[in-house]
Design a protein around this ligand. Structure first.
Ligand SMILES: [Zn+2]
Ligand SMILES: [Zn+2]
Ligand SMILES: [Zn+2]
Length: 142
């Protein structure tokens, strides 16, 4: 995932700075949505010095070039994840804010049926759906 994104960006003549490359790597490797604070923490763990403002600027860059999108999952911060991920839903821990990607299975069939009925009944156009399940994560449930 990472190499493909980097290649697409460099094909458009965007500079691939070390910070930019790292951020694409974090988004590709970590299987959950990330907040700016979590990204800063990842840089700290990797012992890479980076300014908060740089991370925010990079997030804006990745957002405006369709690499990531924002998600309103937690109360305290906006999360971001790759656009190239396949369709899925989220579990959100109400205590620590951690989120887990849920791969939909049977629920998709049920939702499609629901949407078809909605379209018929309310004469609307459906663009997409998003499903959030709230609770406590494994660490917080004790
Ligand atoms: Zn938790
Ligand atoms: Zn996700
Ligand atoms: Zn779905």
């Amino acid at each position: 995932m990472k190499n493909k994104i980097i290649k697409t960006l460099s094909n458009q003549d965007f500079r691939i700075t070390p910070v930019r490359e790292k951020m694409v790597e974090y988004f590709s490797n970590i299987k959950q949505p990330l907040t700016a604070i979590q990204i800063l923490e990842l840089f700290r763990v990797d012992k890479v010095k980076v300014h908060k403002a740089t991370v925010y600027r990079e997030i804006d860059f990745l957002l405006s070039h369709d690499v990531i999108h924002s998600l309103n999952l937690r109360k305290d911060a906006v999360s971001y994840e790759l656009n190239s991920l396949s369709h899925h839903h989220h579990f959100v821990c109400e205590k620590c804010g951690d989120t887990i990607d849920i791969i939909p299975e049977k629920v998709e069939t049920a939702l499609r049926k629901f949407e078809t009925n909605l379209i018929k009944k309310e004469k609307v156009k459906v663009n997409y759906h998003s499903l959030k399940i709230f609770g406590f994560c494994n660490r917080c449930k004790k």
